[in-house]
Design a protein around this ligand. Sequence first.
Ligand code: ADP
Length: 192
Amino acid sequence: MLNLVLFGPPGAGKGTQSQKLIDRYELVHISTGDIFRAHIANQTELGQRVSQLIADGELVPDSITIAMLEEEIDKNPQARGFIFDGFPRTVAQAEALDHFLESKDSGITGVIALDVTEAELTARIAKRKAISNRADDDSEKLKKRIEEYFHKTIHVLPYYERQGKLTKVNGIGDIEVIFNEISGVIDGFNNG
Ligand code: ADP
């Protein structure tokens, strides 16, 4: 299997690049943010439990997020691989993902981290806010999301670095150029 983690702060371009990658590599895209938003839109019990946290830009507790992710993986037994977008966001999530994939005789192939400066992120999300309608894109909530990233999520990077699975890609510039660079990294996994 080809299992990729696309890593980066809010606004790094994970969603945009994921869309392009699933087309080229025929992978199943799992975005925990998208799944949470679908639950909220459908007013499921889970959606009701997480909607305030998400609106406030805080992380959803690991127990809820991990259970939801495992369920999503299990919905796709035929997948030739997955792109995880927005997961793992904590070291506990990264460990849980490793254990879960191991139990299926699989594992993470590689992690691609999109490198973007904080100034660029704030500018991008301000632009996205004008069209996205996401409750968590207003400036206070966004500040909280970026803070959560730099306090909690950033620690996931050394976790994968220790495993020798981390590759950083410059996330600023032309979308196609970034995509080609990511594709080059993935082709390296396939051939290596
Ligand atoms: P972004 O990367 O732009 O912040 P996402 O769509 O990935 O947006 O996530 C939106 C929100 O969903 C997060 O701010 C958080 O509240 C929640 N969320 C998504 N994924 C996770 C996760 N793996 N762990 C905890 N909370 C999550």
